[in-house]
Design a protein around this ligand. Structure first.
Ligand code: COA
Length: 277
């Protein structure tokens, strides 16, 4: 793993099975507004594989490193979640080379995680950065954040999933406006249209994020996996097929210990102590 992605593990008290952690991934190139170069992309893909295989990881939070104080005489860099793919790496590339990079990409690796993912956004979430946020299940943004797909201004279109995920999340009208104009959407507007789930002041972002992560980390990891799979089904299937898929997942949970634990805990007015089986 390079220094471009820092991984911190925050222990969750009251998580069952015990030992549960929230993994916080910090994209760490603040001088380049955390733009996604090939190191970051490789690290994100590796982190996805490791997190998927590690039963202790219950929730993943993705954030961008905060700007460092400006050197004397230099302009202060603005806060950023991620200001997009690293544009310098586009120079001189042709379709064959780009296809090889984008076919097995970090956005899909994040999207395909079976565990809950949260994008914790402070500042610019542009291009590939907005796509990282869209690949997460939930988005929390500070009030000074801005979202956008400015690829049109580079003679490009989004290549990390935004045309599809924006259209599904916001509807065709807003997605086509964002992709064709490349204009930014403010955090308040993003909250209003459902692009972000929660909005808070910058100094509350960490707490708000960890509160939500903790809420998720204290559910049954097994049940969360089914929940994610069922709701994802709505994006992938027609209504009848999606309902059948939901019913299959729902019924299968009746054969798990966690369902017995949850129901008994409710009836006995106790907190459930999940086993994850
Ligand atoms: N790729 C590579 N470098 C980037 C970058 C990106 N996507 N976004 C920002 N940077 C770099 C800048 O080149 C600059 O580097 P430098 O200080 O070494 O010159 C540094 O990050 C700070 O950015 P700067 O443009 O000076 O900040 P700003 O406050 O004037 O503007 C933005 C902020 C976000 C509006 C502007 O950086 C921008 O438009 N970035 C590109 C967004 C984009 O098109 N993303 C989609 C890419 S597919």
């Amino acid at each position: 793993m390079s220094e471009s992605l820092t991984i911190d593990r925050v222990a969750i008290e009251g998580s069952y099975p015990s030992g549960g952690v929230v993994e916080v991934w910090t994209i760490n190139r603040p001088n380049k507004l955390n733009a996604l170069n090939s190191d970051v992309v490789a690290d994100l893909k590796a982190a996805c594989k490791d997190a998927e295989d590690d039963a202790d990881v219950r929730v993943i939070v993705i954030r961008g490193a905060s700007p460092e104080p400006a050197a004397e005489g230099k302009r202060q860099k603005p806060p950023a979640f991620v200001a997009g793919a690293d544009i310098t790496e586009f120079v001189g590339k042709k379709s064959k080379e780009i296809r090889a990079i984008f076919e097995n990409n970090a956005w899909e690796a994040i999207w395909n995680l079976s565990k809950p993912t949260i994008a914790s956004i402070d500042g610019f979430a542009l291009g590939g950065g907005s796509e990282i946020a869209l690949s997460c299940d939930l988005r929390i943004a500070s009030t000074r954040s801005n979202f956008g797909t400015p690829e049109i201004n580079l003679g490009l279109i989004p290549g990390g999933g935004a045309t599809q995920r924006l259209a599904r999340l916001l509807g065709y009208g807003k997605a086509i406006e964002m992709v064709m104009t490349g204009e930014m959407v403010s955090a308040t507007e993003a909250y209003r249209i459902g692009l972000v789930n929660r909005l808070c002041e910058p100094d509350e972002l960490q707490n708000t994020t960890m509160q939500l992560a903790t809420t998720l980390a204290t559910k049954s990891p097994l049940t969360l996996k089914s929940a994610k799979e069922a709701v994802r089904g709505a994006l992938e299937h027609g209504m009848a097929e999606g309902l059948e898929h939901e019913r299959d997942l729902f019924c299968a949970l009746f054969d798990t210990e966690d369902m017995e634990i949850g129901v008994n805990a409710f009836l006995n007015r106790e907190d459930p102590e999940w086993k994850g089986i």
